[in-house]
Design a protein around this ligand. Sequence first.
Ligand SMILES: NC(=O)c1ccc[n+]([C@@H]2O[C@H](COP(=O)([O-])OP(=O)(O)OC[C@H]3O[C@@H](n4cnc5c(N)ncnc54)[C@H](O)[C@@H]3O)[C@@H](O)[C@H]2O)c1
Length: 294
Amino acid sequence: MNRRDTDTTNQDESGRPLDGRVAWVTGAARGQGRAHAQRLAADGAIVIATDLCDAPATTDYPGATPADLAETVELITADGGTVYSAVADCRDLDGLGEVLSTALEAVAPGGRLDVVVANAGIAGGAPIEVMTGHQFREMIDIDLTGVWNTVRVAVPHVLAAGNGGSIVLISSANGGLKAPPNLSHYAAAKHGVVGIVHSLANELGPRGIRVNSVHPTAVDTDMIHNDFTYRLFRPDLAEPTRDDVVDLFTSFHSLPVPWIDPADVSEAVAFLASDASRYITGVTMPIDAGLSAR
Ligand SMILES: NC(=O)c1ccc[n+]([C@@H]2O[C@H](COP(=O)([O-])OP(=O)(O)OC[C@H]3O[C@@H](n4cnc5c(N)ncnc54)[C@H](O)[C@@H]3O)[C@@H](O)[C@H]2O)c1
């Protein structure tokens, strides 16, 4: 971890939107979580970056590694940012709480937690008649319960600091009112996240904490770019490749792109984390190249 002197009482004086604030990003070893951590650090926040750094049992694509999380730290540090990293499984409520407390003690003793980005997640897919109970439970454990766990352990710190805060939950374009076939477990988890947003926006709003979700379409990360996903979407081909799914993924959107970049999602996360969105709460924001408009 690199520390820098930070005046935590004057948040905006140097001009960056998150100067003096502390942000926690889960699932930060790679992909979107890494991009969010980089962006929030570039916007001035001290970032706590956590990740499982392992492959959950039911996923069919490579998991993130400790080296990935170390690379997130290197990238942020090289850019002049401040980051504390730790391995933490969002399924483990008590363990997650201990990791967060230790992290906050290190980066902001007696201090604050302002921004929480519950991003950690897994994907998968199977027709209902072959999807196993284990697959369903692990999906719910990580993509829904893991999100709730993250908020559960974070909110007492945000409240104790007394500065208000912004909680951003990462749902999906499959977490609105639509979902494609073979994703019943993923869609259930991501729709469930919306329930957390709606309830907690009302519950925490009077205490100055905003709660919103973002709903990305396909994003160019390891989660979709793997042999398993290519086969799921192109069962007609023996060995489908990235090129073989471009047209199909493009057909989901009104804008002519097959997928978006992690940084495109980070733009929304950074906006929702900052005071630019200070009167926005309870919002479920699509970042979906027009998918939900079709
Ligand atoms: N890639 C997409 O097309 C897409 C689209 C919409 C939403 N999402 C969501 O965006 C979020 C980020 O996904 P991504 O695309 O960056 O995928 P990714 O697989 O690259 O990153 C997910 C990260 O979450 C971590 N993680 C998984 N299980 C965890 C656990 N139990 N505890 C802590 N960390 C855990 C992984 O190790 C990984 O680093 C996920 O919630 C995902 O569902 C992804």
